[in-house]
Design a protein around this ligand. Structure first.
Ligand code: NAD
Length: 285
């Protein structure tokens, strides 16, 4: 029977651990706190913000939103960002990106304290992921995939894993996290020839392409583990992943649903990074 890997189960297990860790920090006089920095008010940012705040607060992490007007100039935004970055009570910063086009995002990536860079936008953090140094913070979604695999006891060492997608947010960092765990990883993208055949050879398939239901039954061999990172809207206006769920679930041994899969774990990873940041900044990592 196919196992549905539920993000809520992974998040519940992480919550217990995080609550314990936050309590330990508080006992040492440290109150973990995150800042969400948002320019403008895009509906998808607001939706993620609500979910992230709820998750952070549920484990005892304080969260403050710093909202800047969409029309803010570079100098003014950098001054505002610097104030958040320099605030000793703030341990982790999540900046919603992309910034409006008139703002220089690269300059902000250079400004952020790497110890507070809980969503992995600074070069030092990215370098750590690519060099296998686990003291950095991986992008939350990429790391959420690893938590899902771990929670359901799926070993990756020595196994053939195919990742569809090579973005800096999901595909590439996830590939590095999997290599660190000794998986044999194939990365597919828009120029990959015969994508279904490449995917069929995988024991574990991760879809992070952002194309509604593109992974059909033809992409999956019997008994494969399938993780769907995609968040898309189908022709009927319903939320769906990159995987054609019913057709693929009929073949897979394990599969994540959308919604309710990887996406439900992302904000727990964010909370985990705030806890780690609070430890680093206190010098007791
Ligand atoms: P992206 O557009 O930056 O990258 C998509 C990648 O997929 C590219 O590398 C591209 O080469 C590849 N790709 C696209 N179409 C393809 C095709 N037909 N065949 C093969 N490869 C193809 O997207 P992203 O930011 O990496 O996000 C990917 C998906 O994950 C999106 O649906 C996004 O909404 C979702 N996402 C989910 C979460 C979450 O919390 N669950 C977080 C971030 C992104």
């Amino acid at each position: 029977m196919t196992v549905t890997m539920k993000g809520s189960e992974v998040a519940a297990a992480m919550k217990e651990r995080l609550q314990r860790e936050v309590a330990e920090l508080r006992a040492q006089g440290v109150a973990p706190k995150a800042a969400i920095v948002r320019v403008g008010a895009r509906p998808d940012d607001l939706a993620y913000e609500r979910g992230a705040m709820k998750r952070l607060e549920s484990v005892g992490i304080a969260c403050q939103v710093f909202e800047f007007p969409e029309t803010i100039g570079q100098k003014e935004f950098e001054a505002g960002f610097k104030a958040v970055n320099d605030d000793p009570e703030i341990h982790g910063i999540l900046l919603f990106r992309p910034l409006p086009r008139h703002l220089d995002e690269e300059a902000v990536k250079r400004m952020i304290d790497p110890l507070k860079d809980i969503d992995s936008m600074s070069a030092p953090n990215i370098a750590k992921i690519f060099s296998g140094d686990e003291t950095g913070y991986a992008p939350c979604t990429a790391e959420a995939v690893v938590h899902v695999l771990d929670h359901y006891g799926i070993e990756v060492q020595g196994r053939r894993v195919t990742v569809i997608g090579r973005s800096m947010v999901v595909g590439k960092p996830l590939t590095m996290l999997l290599i660190k765990r000794n998986a044999t990883v194939t990365v597919c993208h828009t120029r990959t020839k015969d994508l279904p055949a490449t995917c069929r050879s995988a024991e574990i398939l991760v879809a992070a392409a952002g194309k509604a239901k593109m992974v059909t039954g033809d992409f999956v061999s019997d008994g494969a583990v399938v993780i769907d990172v995609g968040i898309n809207v189908d022709d009927d206006g319903k939320l769906c992943g990159d995987v054609d769920y019913d057709a693929v679930a009929a073949k897979a041994s394990h599969i994540t649903p959308v919604p309710g899969g990887v996406g439900a774990v992302t904000s727990s990873v964010l909370a985990d990074h705030v806890v780690r940041a609070a430890r680093y900044l206190q010098g007791n990592a």
